[in-house]
Design a protein around this ligand. Structure first.
Ligand SMILES: Cc1cc2nc3c(=O)[nH]c(=O)nc-3n(C[C@H](O)[C@H](O)[C@H](O)COP(=O)(O)OP(=O)(O)OC[C@H]3O[C@@H](n4cnc5c(N)ncnc54)[C@H](O)[C@@H]3O)c2cc1C
Length: 377
């Protein structure tokens, strides 16, 4: 999709090659469009390389029921996405949906979580979101390796997980086989409407297309105003510990702990507002490790092989921001902090709608207009 004179050769430019851009590009390409991905490259902050890989539904949507429905839809559609990645891209991303647990280490913690779930389910039309509250004995029956400090758990059969690095690679590979033109080292500096198209440029050159989709993660906050959109996203740091590989003992994912298909145990889910700082800090890591060992004492015997931190792409209320520009028709925005969970909705529902020129009704509440409510005097 290079430019010849003033005419573009392609249909859509996707800016950003993380999990969100990859899923959108794949969905667009499967709908028959010619796609180019412009990506800043490996030097960029990339949540897609450092995430926890949950396909999570339980507890999502507090304050916005549409988010619970949207996450549920994606979790349902993930089976189809995994099949596409396997059949078209040749990569098994180890997707499974065995149900997920939220383990609690005190009665107060369990009470708080149960109350939150009760309010979530009472306040919304979430009729088909099964979950159970389990005491210690019931939890131990299903997860024999738990420690005595686990007082109970919430369980939902809707939760699952994948191998996130395999997902990243599979999206890239499947896109490539579908003819998507992926261009790394192509940071976009400017998007300008010109002759009924968008001129998208940087120090690497220029491309033109009739449609542009902003999927640049934290980079969206700078790019969105160029096409009359708003993406008030900020970094939220998360730290992760990975242990050496061990024999399979944990079939189900948890919000803070999961065993990967390769055998290592991932421990995570810290949240810190520290700007673009990605330093791994001992106090947080120690607290995470301590809680994990109380949950599963056998972890104390495993070596830690890696720790890292990565930056979530966080909107002010934590929900996704999807937008289509009124001032610049053909420009769309897709950004969220649960890009793994939502990958199936992005590829299979959002991308075809973008190609058709209209975001679906299911995401009408997710525009940035919700942040523009005037403050009361
Ligand atoms: C610690 C942690 C744990 C997480 N756990 C989960 C989880 O369990 N489940 C889940 O669903 N989600 C999880 N997430 C969130 C998930 O990883 C993100 O939602 C997802 O990776 C966001 O993908 P993205 O493509 O929007 O952003 P990124 O992965 O940040 O990618 C953005 C891309 O845009 C490119 N870019 C930026 N600016 C420009 C520009 N100007 N021009 C061109 N390219 C540009 C960058 O090069 C980059 O490749 C977690 C995140 C973190 C940090």
């Amino acid at each position: 999709m290079t430019t010849r004179g003033n005419r573009s050769e392609g249909d859509v430019v996707v800016i950003g090659g993380g999990v969100v851009g990859g899923a959108i590009a794949l969905g667009l390409a499967r709908s028959g469009a010619r796609i180019i991905i412009l990506d800043e490259g490996d030097v960029a902050f990339r949540a897609s390389r450092g995430n926890f890989a949950l396909v999570w539904v339980q507890s999502k949507g507090f304050g916005m029921p549409e988010y619970a429905l949207w996450s549920r839809r994606s979790a349902d559609d993930w089976h189809g996405l995994a099949a596409i990645l396997r059949e078209e891209g040749g990569i098994d991303v180890a997707h499974s949906q065995p149900g997920g647990f939220m383990l609690c280490l005190s009665e107060a913690e369990l009470d708080k979580r149960v109350e939150m779930m009760r309010r979530l389910h009472n306040s919304q039309p979430l009729t088909d979101f099964p979950y159970e509250v389990l005491d210690h004995a019931e939890t131990k029956q299903r997860l024999p390796a738990i420690g005595k400090d686990v007082v109970g758990a919430l369980y939902s059969p809707l939760d699952g997980h994948v191998n996130s690095l395999k997902l990243f690679r599979a999206l890239r590979e499947t896109c490539q086989r579908r003819g998507v033109d992926y261009r790394p080292e192509s940071p976009v500096e400017s998007i300008v409407p010109r002759d009924g198209e968008f001129s998208i440029s940087g120090s690497w050159g220029e491309v033109r297309a009739g449609k542009v989709v902003l999927c640049a993660g934290l980079g969206n906050s700078r790019l969105a105003p160029m096409v009359g959109l708003d993406a008030p996203v900020k970094p939220s740091k998360g730290q992760i510990i990975v242990t050496e590989k061990t024999e399979p003992f944990l079939h189900n994912p948890m919000v803070t702990l999961r065993q990967t298909d390769e055998g290592g145990v991932m421990i995570g889910d810290s949240h810190e507002d520290r700007g673009f700082d990605t330093v791994v800090g001992r106090p947080i890591i120690s607290t995470m490790a301590d809680r994990a060992i109380r949950m599963f004492p056998r972890l104390a015997g495993l070596n830690v092989v890696r720790t890292w931190s990565a930056l979530r792409v966080m909107s002010p209320d934590g929900f996704p921001i999807y937008g289509q520009s009124e001032s610049h028709p053909g420009a769309f925005l897709v950004t969220c902090h649960s890009g793994v969970t939502l990958a199936a909705s992005h590829a299979l529902t959002l991308a075809p709608a973008i190609l058709a020129g209209e975001l679906p009704a299911a995401v009408a509440r997710f525009t940035a207009r919700r942040f523009h409510v005037p403050a009361h005097a």
